[in-house]
Ligand binder design. Structure first.
Ligand code: ASP
Length: 363
């Protein structure tokens, strides 16, 4: 189902291509153009898809996973759609009024972090020992400045702490207790660990522990555990790209495991010359392949379109290695690609020309 709240089209000169990727139809895009993409564009010919103009654009994801239409109630589906739409609209308002892509990314992700629906902030999954351990990162495509936090337990909005690391410290990444000391010093909101308790995530942990006891455990990282990481990419009216990603990681994770989401170049990357990317999926594969940076490097050095580059990595490299997941990616013209190799990826976009459009399943 496509949740098309409003659609505006103009004769703008700048280009926007919403590119359908992955198995013929993994991306969202203007409904009229989508069938043409599916029929005529092969997995690596996405660049030839439609091109329309966008002065500003934002895309968000709510995680890649195994959810299938049959297994999701219409009520839950519309709650996800409403949350993603609200995030797009918050970011879109900032962009429409001339605000920065960094502000749009942070505002959209804060909203999703505050929702119990997503595996980030309030709705974060539990570690093996019953804690919530949060990771986040943000990057400014104009300056290549970046900030990240990992394994924090009391930060209500890790994306804002990541931004503070970027803007108020000489560092790129802080972890654990040190990151929380910095948060305190910076006046970032801290909450008791109990704030992150949600019954559904707790039950997921109990199921994972039980499966482990029965020795029929799916390995940590099983797709079902991961739906809900959130990310955003945006282009502002000044031509600046930004990207951010925030997550609770994987249910039942142990030993201080940190995934790709807070790793610049793996889960998040932005460079005004090439693209902005936020990933979701099996983090170990995203780290080994420096997925977000690889997509931008392909655009920059191989001169691939954003659709070709994102497709080559998500549907090529990752699939060959068994790495589940997807990305949202945007180029400096506001062209958006959203390939994923899982049954579903919560995703949506809003641009100066169109949207918000939100989709969940492969259609
Ligand atoms: N990439 C995240 C991690 O590995 C999880 C996800 O995106 O679902 O921590």
């Amino acid at each position: 189902m496509s949740y098309r709240m409003t659609t505006r089209t103009t004769g703008a000169l700048r280009r926007l291509a919403i590119v359908a990727i992955a198995l013929g139809a993994a991306a969202v895009g203007p409904a009229a153009a989508r069938p043409a993409v599916a029929q005529t564009v092969g997995a690596t010919e996405q660049a030839a898809a439609q091109e329309v103009g966008a002065e500003w654009a934002i895309a968000v994801h709510g995680g890649a996973g195994t959810a299938r239409r049959e297994s999701m109630t219409p009520e839950l589906e519309s709650r996800y759609a409403a949350a993603l739409t609200a995030a797009l609209e918050v970011g879109g308002e900032i962009l429409a009024s001339g605000g920065s892509s960094l502000d749009a990314v942070e505002a959209a992700l804060r909203l999703l972090e505050d929702s119990p629906l997503f595996n980030a902030g309030k709705g974060a999954v539990f570690t093996h020992d019953g804690r919530n351990e949060l990771d986040a990162s943000i990057m400014d495509g104009a300056s290549l400045a970046a900030g990240a936090v990992a394994a924090v337990h009391h930060v209500k909005n890790p994306i804002s702490l990541a931004r503070r690391v970027m803007e108020a410290s000489p560092h790129v990444m802080m972890a654990g207790v040190g990151a929380e000391e910095f948060a305190l010093e910076q006046g970032i909101e801290l909450v008791p660990a109990t704030y992150f308790f949600t019954e559904s995530r707790w039950q997921s942990l109990q199921r994972a522990r039980e499966a482990e006891r029965r020795a029929d455990a799916e390995p940590v990282g099983a797709l079902g555990d991961r739906l809900g990481t959130v990310g955003a990419v945006a282009l502002d009216r000044h031509g600046n790209l930004a990207a951010g990603t925030t997550t609770g990681g994987m249910t039942n994770k142990r030993f201080g495991r940190i995934g790709d989401s807070p790793i610049i170049g793996a889960g998040t990357y932005a460079d005004n010359r090439a693209c902005a990317v936020s990933g979701t999926g099996h983090g170990e594969f995203f780290m080994r392949n420096a997925v977000a940076h690889d997509i931008c490097a392909r655009v920059l050095y191989l001169e691939e379109s954003i659709g070709e580059a994102a497709d080559a990595v998500v549907m090529g490299v990752l699939v060959e290695q068994g790495g589940d997941g997807g990305v949202i990616a945007m180029d400096p013209e506001g062209v958006i690609a959203m390939p994923f190799n899982t049954p579903s990826m919560l995703r949506g976009y809003l641009t100066s020309e169109e949207g918000p459009v939100v989709e969940i399943f492969r259609e």
